[in-house]
Design a protein around this ligand. Structure first.
Ligand SMILES: Nc1ncnc2c1ncn2[C@@H]1O[C@H](COP(=O)(O)OP(=O)(O)OP(=O)(O)O)[C@@H](O)[C@H]1O
Ligand SMILES: [Mg+2]
Length: 252
């Protein structure tokens, strides 16, 4: 099932912590430039899966490939190369509170890019302008709203022009308007740069608007309950709990 155009894929993947497997038999593939949404009840393993797909944690079984590299067998230089070409917004991730937004975006550049400070400054300003924060680049995180902080987090994830960005609950805690704006931003980044997006979310409207492929993790069976385009999750014929999750209906 591995196609060279798939940028994120896994086959019979098992994920967990230590030796404890929390999800296994995960198999799916995402072509480059597409948006994947990982959904499921709280604690089912969404963040754990995102870390495994991003090459931050080794698979406990099966295989995961990112940009054509097998994450279970990759050597350190290959892993570093993958990390360099990936961007992350971790769940509840905070910006560095003592640094301005611009300095926050410059952080990954300082670590990975060998270019003069002036150039990094310009790149950071460009990234902030991209997410609509051109006027706020000298502000501290305490001086901006939650929605602005999320956008700054996305600018930081985009700092090194990644091929894939991993966003864990980017719209959590935002009002519907700000959440809608964030969806538009994600779609725009994909449009402008062809960035592939792996998204963890429980915002159904947002998933329906943005995602091409959706994976539902079922904690009762410890594997995927469904996968497919998110709109298909609304149709009859889906497993009852998947349908209920998507229509926010109750199942008794
Ligand atoms: N670092 C860790 N060490 C050990 N167990 C962990 C660790 N992080 C998470 N877990 C456990 O793994 C399981 C899955 O956690 P995970 O954070 O992936 O869930 P989630 O679906 O992202 O939840 P949420 O929707 O609340 O963010 C949970 O039972 C959690 O307690
Ligand atoms: Mg999580």
């Amino acid at each position: 099932m591995s196609d060279p155009t798939d940028i994120v894929s896994c086959a019979d993947l098992a994920i967990g912590h230590g030796r404890k497997v929390i999800m296994d038999r995960l198999s799916f593939a995402l072509p480059a430039g597409k948006i994947l949404a990982i959904v499921g009840p709280s604690g089912c393993g969404k963040s754990t899966l995102m870390r495994a797909l991003g090459g931050l944690d080794a698979p406990l079984g099966g295989s995961a490939r990112l940009m054509g590299v097998d994450l279970a067998t990759a050597d350190e230089p290959a892993r570093q190369d993958i990390l360099r070409r990936s961007g992350f917004l971790f769940q509840g991730a905070a910006l560095f509170s003592s640094l301005t937004l611009r300095e926050n975006i410059e952080m990954p550049m300082r670590e990975f890019l060998r270019c003069p400070p002036k150039e990094m400054r310009q790149l950071a300003e460009y990234k902030l302008a991209l997410v609509g924060l051109a006027d706020a680049m000298d502000k501290l995180p305490s001086e901006i709203s939650g929605g602005m902080a999320k956008r700054a987090g996305i600018a930081r994830a985009m700092a090194l022009d990644p091929r894939v960005i991993f966003l864990d609950e980017p719209s959590a805690g935002l009002d519907p308007m700000s959440s809608g704006r964030l969806d538009e931003l994600i779609l725009r980044l994909r449009e402008a740069f062809g960035t592939t997006v792996v998204l963890v979310s429980h915002e159904i409207p947002s998933i329906l608007r943005t995602a091409d492929l959706c994976i539902y993790l079922d904690p009762e069976t410890g594997t995927m309950g469904a996968s497919g385009p998110p709109k298909s999750f609304l149709q009859a014929g889906q497993p009852a709990k998947v349908h209920a999750f998507f229509t926010q209906a109750r199942i008794d």
